[in-house]
Design a protein around this ligand. Structure first.
Ligand code: HEC
Length: 251
């Protein structure tokens, strides 16, 4: 029994280590998954800034439209800018695929560009929120930038025109008797078109969209869960009263 408990603990431990993002502090993402206006803004940011490289290949455009209350015409105007192989506009019911091949991505970025449909579930909302805000200049990297939660990342800093460019301030720590340089904090080296607060809102909307993307039914699931719990409470009271009624003459 002891051995089984130990195995269970050991098998669960790596999950926590992964979720913690390798010991780097993660900022908590101030998202609200029931705020569909925020999800809609996030979807637009996603199309404008991410979709040239990343696909969301398990999601259909018109599912987003249905959930955020967009008409097909709005969908065409706001989110669909691609065409299919024949040059016809992408259909509203299509999956959100991009044309970039894996070979091309490996040539340019040195790695495949991951599909982002399920990333928010795999990494967690806080990880995504922190990741998108912690790119910083690093002249030793081919892209000229690095990332706090994803060291040596292959992705270019695509939001630098909005956020500006950050520089790392280093500190020296002694780890097991060896002096190592680690990043203490990031500071703005060059301003972007947004203030820090505006950029945080931008990334919040984008993260909110990615969390929605990873589980579009989550709002229904949560409200259904509450209804089921209320039903169970009422059912428990009724069952208890019934039991009392049946057993009252038995002594
Ligand atoms: C120019 C192409 C490009 C664009 C545009 C781009 N990315 Fe990336 N992204 C990459 C590449 C390449 C990687 C893989 C990095 C690696 O493995 O080192 C990546 C990795 C990621 C990851 C990590 C996935 C994981 O779990 O490992 C996330 C999250 C992500 N991108 C989000 C975004 C978001 C959100 C946007 C839009 C704001 C965006 N990316 C725009 C190329 C891009």
């Amino acid at each position: 029994m002891k051995k089984q408990i130990l195995t269970l603990i050991l098998s669960v431990l790596p999950t926590f280590a992964y979720a913690a993002g390798g010991g780097v502090h993660l900022d908590s993402a101030p998202i609200d998954t029931s705020d569909m206006e925020s999800v809609k803004r996030g979807a637009k940011h996603f199309i404008d800034y991410c979709f040239s490289c990343h696909e969301a290949g398990y999601m259909r455009y018109n599912r987003i439209a249905r959930d955020t209350g967009m008409t097909d015409a709005e969908l065409r105007e706001e989110l669909i800018f691609t065409t299919n192989e024949k040059g016809e506009p992408t259909k509203v019911g299509s999956l959100m695929k991009v044309a970039m091949t894996e070979d091309y991505a490996r040539n340019v970025f040195g790695t495949a560009v991951p599909d982002l449909t399920l990333t928010a579930r795999a990494r967690g909302a806080d990880w995504v929120y922190t990741y998108l805000r912690t790119f910083y200049m690093d002249p030793y990297r081919p892209t000229g930038n690095n990332n706090l939660v994803f060291p040596d990342v292959g992705m270019p800093n695509v939001l630098s025109s909005l956020q500006g460019v950050q520089r790392a301030v280093y500190k020296t720590e002694t780890r097991q008797g060896v002096e190592v340089e680690t990043v203490d904090r990031l500071e703005l080296a060059q301003a972007g078109s947004m203030t820090a607060e505006e950029f945080d809102v931008f990334v919040t909307d984008l993260t909110n969209f990615m969390v929605y993307l990873a589980e579009p039914v989550q709002n229904e699931r949560k409200s259904l869960g509450i209804k089921v719990l209320i039903f169970l409470v009422i059912f428990f009271v009724l069952a208890y009263m019934l039991k009392k009624e049946y057993w009252k003459d038995v002594h």
